[in-house]
Design a protein around this ligand. Structure first.
Ligand code: DGT
Ligand code: CA
Ligand code: CA
Ligand code: ZN
Length: 577
């Protein structure tokens, strides 16, 4: 069993114990152990079962937890967890994912109204019974209903980053089998959607049938959902991500990639187009209607070309104008990861980051960047120890000195300055002017009326210092919807003020989403793509930001931090009013 899975069992149990109102000391010990195990560099399960090592040698793991770990390794669960699951249905864990509801509220709802599932919860809210409970109220009832809606939208879907990781793991596994020619992911993952419903993996070569055997027998496969000659489906990992694996003949690979990449809407148009030309298109190839002769299928390019289109990048296959563009030679030359020259949003130990400026600079230099901006938080984010004016100015000076002393790449002093509720910047313009780069972001008061939120953002755009709007919609994938506001009005003003939109590459955000980036581009906006890294490993998330930009039809020229250092510096020095 992997560390992550063990950690999950422990923290789920802690959650349920909290609902049960149990001793907080025990709860904390499970939570702490979960954190320790999750970040332990070695597989804890291996230590538990080894004869010459003791799991209690890991700092933070005591005798009690050691016993629990042994039980988990022996039978995949432990006493306490079984007790909790006997008391509360596993669906109570789901209730904890509804924003605005803590364990105490869930316990109350369970006690008074036998709320066991999200459906139960919704009914109780609609019947206005939640507001009558102690410390609740009508406002919370509304909030919970909105959270349920957000949760339903997200549920059953997985973050792109997680889907990518799982697919890469499986593809590497398949490729280690003999006789595998190609193994690739299709579906929404290949289109770069921000969340993915299930994985679609296609395999060719003499070894392809063995890949189907392999996925069914995989130690992490929880359940076989279907198994045939050409296809196997399993539910994979503790997260129960569905994985569909298809074995294909070499000459069908292109047609199959095309078909299973989708989207459905895109494929409908392409099939219709084929029929108009007397051809039929399916996952095996492109065929003549009479005689059923194959005219294309080994590669996607030949399928598109035979039908009169240039090859369409997967990120554009949403039936939103890509066919016209592909017919007229008007497809964009989409931005690529290799175009990126810098990363303009990251945090350090100065606020809530986990690494120092120098560590972040070294990690960024290793990625081949020419420059970065360090953009720690401002004082309104007190929880993150945000910078006040004095600290911000001192930080700018410190960065100037460090650059002189020598850094592995050029570092700019920046700040991610909070946009306050009224649209004012959190720090004085005098202080902001000392910094090289100012990102303005909303982190609070996200439940304003749309008109008020629009005004707030419009006012922020009037700041002489703001150069970039950070994660403009505020969404948190699977957790929180965007706050509603008039995006087009804000984009139009941003274009006039020459303030850029960030595409935040953090997998939980991917904000702006692709479709809004496209809207903003039409309004004349330009962009940055940055990771919002809180530790060096997060710098790799740039890839997800670039995919999101591609879904917004963006080219390298639309994105400021594809520019070489000299050009970026002249942009920084442009006079502002
Ligand atoms: P997802 O998994 O919900 O994130 O989205 P997709 O796009 O990966 O959808 P999925 O896994 O149901 O199907 C993969 C692709 O197969 C889909 O994008 C288009 C293609 N496809 C074409 N026709 C059909 C059809 O009739 N049914 C299904 N299920 N897929 C189809
Ligand atoms: Ca899929
Ligand atoms: Ca599928
Ligand atoms: Zn932020």
């Amino acid at each position: 069993m992997e560390n992550k899975e063990i950690a999950q069992l422990l923290s789920e149990t802690a959650d349920l114990m909290e609902v049960a109102g149990e001793d907080s000391f025990r709860i904390r010990s499970y939570r702490n152990a979960a954190a320790v195990i999750q970040s332990h560099p070695e597989r804890v399960a291996a230590i538990v079962v080894s004869t010459d090592r003791k799991v209690t040698d890991i700092p933070g793991i005591g005798k009690g937890i050691a016993g629990v770990l042994l039980e988990i390794c022996q039978r995949g669960s432990f006493d306490r967890r079984d007790q909790m699951l006997a008391k509360y249905p596993a669906s109570a864990l789901e209730l904890l994912k509804i924003q605005g509801l803590g364990p105490k509220s869930i316990a109350l709802l369970y006690e008074h109204h036998n709320v066991r599932t999200v459906d139960d919860l919704e009914r109780i809210c609609r019947e206005q019974k939640l507001r009558a409970l102690p410390r609740m109220g009508a406002k919370l009832e509304e909030k919970v209903l909105r959270s349920i809606e957000a949760y339903r939208k997200s549920t059953g879907r997985f973050l792109l980053s997680f889907a990518r990781r799982t697919a890469d793991e499986l593809i590497a596994d398949f490729q280690s089998l003999p006789g595998i020619e190609r193994a690739e992911a299709a579906g929404s993952l290949r289109r770069g959607r921000e969340t993915v419903g299930d994985l679609d993996i296609l395999v060719t070569g003499a070894g392809a049938p063995a890949a189907l055997e392999r996925i069914v027998a995989h130690p992490k496969s929880q359940e076989t959902l279907g198994q045939g000659v050409n296809k196997a489906s399993v539910s994979f990992g503790l997260e129960r991500l569905q994985v569909d694996v298809r074995a294909l003949a070499h000459e069908s690979f292109g047609a199959a990639m095309q078909y299973f990449t989708g989207s459905k809407e895109h494929n409908v148009v392409l099939r219709t187009q084929a029929l108009k030309q007397g051809l039929s298109l399916n996952e095996y190839g492109l065929f003549t209607l009479e005689g059923e002769q194959r005219v294309a299928g080994a590669s996607e390019e030949e399928v598109y070309q035979r039908l009169g289109y240039a090859w369409i990048p997967p990120e554009l296959r949403e039936n939103s104008g890509e066919f016209e563009a592909a017919q007229n030679g008007a497809l964009p030359k989409l931005i690529e990861l290799a175009d990126m020259r810098g990363d303009l949003h990251m945090h350090t130990t100065e606020t809530d980051g986990k690494a120092t400026l120098r560590e972040m600079a070294e990690a960024a230099a290793a990625l081949g960047y020419q420059y970065i901006a360090i953009t720690d938080h401002s004082k309104a984010l007190a929880m993150a120890n945000g910078l006040d004016e004095a600290r911000a100015v001192a930080f700018a000076r410190q960065v100037r000195d460090l650059n002189r002393e020598g850094l592995p790449l050029r570092v700019f002093s920046g700040i991610e300055c909070d946009i306050l509720r009224n649209g004012a910047m959190d720090l004085s313009e005098d202080a902001l002017a000392e910094l090289d780069l100012v990102i303005g972001s909303v982190h609070s008061h996200m439940n304003l009326e749309p008109a008020e939120m629009t005004d707030r953002l419009l006012r922020a755009l009037e700041s002489p210092s703001i150069r970039i709007v950070g994660h403009a919609t505020g969404r948190r994938l699977s957790q929180r919807n965007s706050y509603p506001f008039d995006f087009e009005a804000v984009a139009a003003r941003a274009a006039t003020r020459e303030v850029l939109f960030e595409i935040n590459a953090s997998p939980e955000r991917l904000d702006l989403p692709g479709h809004l980036a496209r809207v903003a581009k039409r309004k004349g906006c330009r962009f940055t793509i940055s990771t919002d890294a809180h530790r060096p490993a997060h710098l790799h998330n740039m890839a997800f930001g670039v995919i999101t930009a591609r879904r917004g039809w963006l080219e390298a020229a639309d994105v400021l931090n594809t520019r070489p250092l000299s050009e970026f510096e002249s942009w920084l020095k442009e006079p502002r009013t």
